[in-house]
Design a protein around this ligand. Structure first.
Ligand code: MLT
Length: 312
């Protein structure tokens, strides 16, 4: 009877709205990706995808929450590089990033942009780097907490310049951007999914992109690497997960819905406009996400440890 009702539940899925947990503030980069995908996924599965912004501790509050959630097919999780970097940044996590989740798929990759408040006294990257080096004790850097990609980018930037700035953590880069626009913080490295409109409107100083090559959405913008930060590269990738034990037929249906969403012209147009790139077919399997996450943990772990950045 149990097996029969479980399989009935699976074939009836989804019988109610499905929640997609976002680990950062509403209106920010991860939220924009989640909501754009969510609308399209909802059309395919015939139920609303409800976005739940679960804030705190650089995304680890949300990850812990999803790890504890019922594996009934009604809770999914979208997270970025932070799923990997948090494993090195936090001495204690209440969940295991590699074993407490089911993997569904990757989705999009997003470049980052190095910004300062509009009246920051540097008009190009060379002036910016020189000013930051000369004034490091006075400069603050906004981020979305330990585990955020803004924190990862800021940390890599500090390492490249050999400086230590004052970190000002927010619960997402949506509030961090507001503080930058208001002039309360000096520097923010943030994803194009949020920054392109601000760059185009001239509301911030913009010093370059964090990708290896220039990007289509900002074709005139130089990379940080080509301006002297040798090998500097931070690309934001997204994984979609579910609590461990979520039935495979549901995971498969979600994977299908994501694949359809990533071909939805509305999703493609919105993502392209915001500088995000839909990942290739090879990154759309649960197995490839699992391998990718493990590789990212192995890649960033030693780099983060060498910076001595961690939380207890
Ligand atoms: C957000 O959505 O606020 C960002 O992804 C935060 C970050 O990781 O910098």
């Amino acid at each position: 009877v149990l097996a029969a009702s479980a399989s009935l539940a699976q074939s009836a899925w989804p019988a109610k709205p499905v929640t997609l947990v976002v680990p950062f503030a509403a209106g920010g980069p991860t939220d924009v990706v989640a909501r754009t995908l969510g609308v399209s996924i909802g059309k395919t599965i015939g139920q609303t995808v409800v976005i739940e912004n679960k804030l705190g501790a650089g995304g680890t509050v949300a990850a812990a929450y999803v790890a504890r959630s019922a594996p009934d097919g009604y809770t999914f999780f979208i997270h970025h590089n932070g799923m990997a970097t948090s494993t090195a940044l936090y001495r204690k996590l209440s969940y295991n990033a590699l074993t407490d989740f089911e993997y569904v798929s990757q989705a999009v990759e997003v470049p980052m942009t190095m910004l300062a408040r509009k009246d920051f006294p540097a008009n190009n990257f060379q002036e910016f780097a020189a000013y930051v080096k000369a004034n490091q004790s006075k400069i603050n850097l906004a981020n979305a907490g330990l585990g955020a990609v803004s924190q990862l980018c800021g940390m890599m930037f500090e390492r490249a310049l050999g400086v230590k700035l004052t970190a000002v953590p927010f619960q997402g880069t949506a509030p961090a951007m507001n503080a930058l626009l208001g002039g309360q913080v000096d520097i923010l490295c943030d994803q194009t999914t949020q920054t392109i409109p601000q760059i185009k409107a001239g509301n911030v100083k913009f010093y370059g992109v964090t990708t290896k090559s220039r990007i289509k959405a900002l074709p005139d913008a130089p990379t940080l690497a080509e301006q002297g930060l040798k090998d500097f590269e931070v690309v934001v990738w997204h994984g979609i997960y579910a609590p461990k034990g979520t039935p495979k037929p549901i995971l498969d249906k979600m994977n299908q819905a994501i694949r359809i969403a990533l071909k939805d012209p509305q999703v493609v147009a919105r993502m392209t406009e915001l500088g995000a790139e839909i990942v290739g077919e090879d990154k759309l399997t649960p197995e490839s996400l699992q391998v990718w996450l493990k590789a990212e943990i192995d890649k960033w772990g030693p780099i983060i440890k060498a910076t001595g950045t961690f939380a207890d």
